[in-house]
Design a protein around this ligand. Structure first.
Ligand code: FAD
Ligand code: PYC
Length: 416
């Protein structure tokens, strides 16, 4: 892969980047493909990458209605962790974390993975008991987790208020030290560059407006370029999974709600890692640019407006400023939202659907960024073999009919 010197960066800056090679081709859509992937977010791109890399399937198109990463992948707060409760989840999410740990090297492209740890707070005896059970469950599954006293929490993040008279007194918490953050755009771009280099066609500004079926089987999609045929189609459209599902005649158990995030003006380094309080509905980290990044629970009503409502913004900021009083004096710089698809058990829906050749990666709710490598890896396997990968078999759509829920509402981290 080409390397750039400081001089070349400088001259390219002056000439308007005219000589920089494109990171991926602007592909012309063909009339048919072996596999069409709907959605150019992290999951769609990672699925295309692993189809090509691990299964030699390169006659693949990724169709994106806007720009790559313009959905939730480019809107999320980039928390990466595998601290879930049930073994189905820890197996899957720890596979993802392990893939993340190697990905910058594999891509030769820096994803800015920063494993500063993720600390979850308890504010009363009940919270503490739940966290102890949760941390213990992770330890018996061989996933790192450590209980912390309030003093140990203060040592990790000196600006937090641990006084017993605080509005949300801190009784303790637990940390997953391998947890952290990665640069969201770089994850999408890294997978896009890799998939493109292996021959995958990435087509932006190409909305799918219909899914074609012949009896029980999928046959392709409709777009502004006309019909694009494929006997295998994957829906990787977080936020719009039920909309795409309906195009194929599927009614999915999903509710779509906005989830907000916001950043302050930049300040000097003062917070390492991520801290999350499920009880007060706020989580906080500091970006590489120095901004304090703050998020909270999902908005309360289903909606496709990518804005969020003011009461939730206010509650989230109030909670963050109560945990970290010093942040109360910061100016808010930006606020935004994405639409998240929430399933009844707060776990993703991955794998085959009742329509032959139609695959789903959805229901990621508030937590699918951390899942991108494993989601792509396992969905690619499922598509290539028309058989669910072992790690995602428990997350199939059929679990709702069987009542085999994987209820991760508590470990989802943020309220929804
Ligand atoms: P997306 O990145 O949304 O990609 C789907 C793509 O499909 C979009 O680009 C969209 O334009 C496209 N699309 C939709 N309809 C069509 C169509 N008809 N035709 C063609 N293309 C279509 N997760 C974490 O793990 N950690 C976090 O800290 C975290 N924080 C979050 C904070 C916020 C504010 C939000 C909104 C989400 C957060 N998430 C987090 C969730 C995470 O962002 C998502 O689960 C994840 O990005 C989903 O990836 P995706 O590739 O499935 O979806
Ligand atoms: O899934 O870890 C998560 C998360 C944190 C904030 C939003 N989602």
């Amino acid at each position: 892969m080409k390397k750039y010197s400081l001089l070349s960066l400088f001259t390219n800056g002056l000439n308007g980047h005219k000589r920089w090679p494109q990171a991926w081709r602007d592909a012309e859509p063909k009339r048919s493909y072996d596999v069409v992937i709907i959605g150019g977010g992290g999951h769609g791109l990672a699925t295309a990458y692993y189809l090509a890399k691990k299964h030699g399937i390169t006659n693949v198109a990724v169709l994106e209605k806007g720009w790559l990463g313009g959905g939730n992948t480019g809107r999320n707060t980039t928390v990466i962790r595998s601290n879930y409760f049930y073994k189905e989840s820890t197996n899957f999410f720890d596979h993802s974390l392990k893939l993340y740990e190697k990905l910058s090297l594999e891509f030769n492209y820096n994803l800015l993975l920063s494993q500063g740890g993720i600390t979850t707070l308890a504010h009363n005896r009940h919270d503490l008991e739940v966290l102890e059970r949760w941390a213990n469950s992770m330890q018996v599954q061989n996933v790192d987790s450590e209980m912390l006293t309030p003093e140990q929490i203060k040592e990790r993040m000196p600006l937090i208020d641990i006084s017993p008279t605080s509005r949300y007194p801190i009784w303790g918490g637990f940390v997953q030290k391998r947890g952290g953050v990665a640069r969201h755009d770089a994850v999408a771009w890294g997978y896009a560059r890799g998939a493109d280099a292996m021959g995958v066609d990435i087509i932006q500004n190409c909305e799918v407006t219909g899914i074609l079926r012949e009896g029980d089987s999928v046959r392709g999609v409709e777009t502004k370029y006309g019909v694009i045929k494929a006997d295998k189609v994957a829906m990787c459209v977080a936020g719009h999974t039920s909309v795409l599902g309906a195009m194929a005649g599927l009614e999915l158990p999903i509710v779509s709600q906005p989830l907000q995030a916001m950043v302050s003006e930049p300040v000097k380094p003062c917070l390492d890692g991520v801290v999350l309080s499920p009880a007060v509905h706020a989580y906080v980290s500091q970006s590489d640019r120095g901004e304090i990044l703050i998020g909270g629970g999902a908005d309360r009503y289903p909606s496709y407006s990518q804005r969020g409502t003011l009461p939730v913004t206010e509650e989230t900021l109030a909670a963050a400023a109560t945990l970290f009083p010093a942040f109360g004096s910061l100016k808010l710089m930006r606020q935004w939202a994405g639409i998240v698809d929430i399933s009844p058990d707060s776990s993703p829906i991955m794998g085959k659907t009742p329509v032959n050749g139609l695959y789903i990666s959805g229901g990621w709710g508030t937590g699918g960024f951390k899942a991108i490598p494993a989601g792509g890896d396992c969905l690619a396997y499922t598509i290539a073999n028309d058989k669910p990968h072992d790690l995602i078999e428990p997350f199939g759509l059929d679990r709702f009919a069987r009542g085999a829920f994987i209820d991760e509402g508590a470990a989802a981290g943020v309220a929804h």
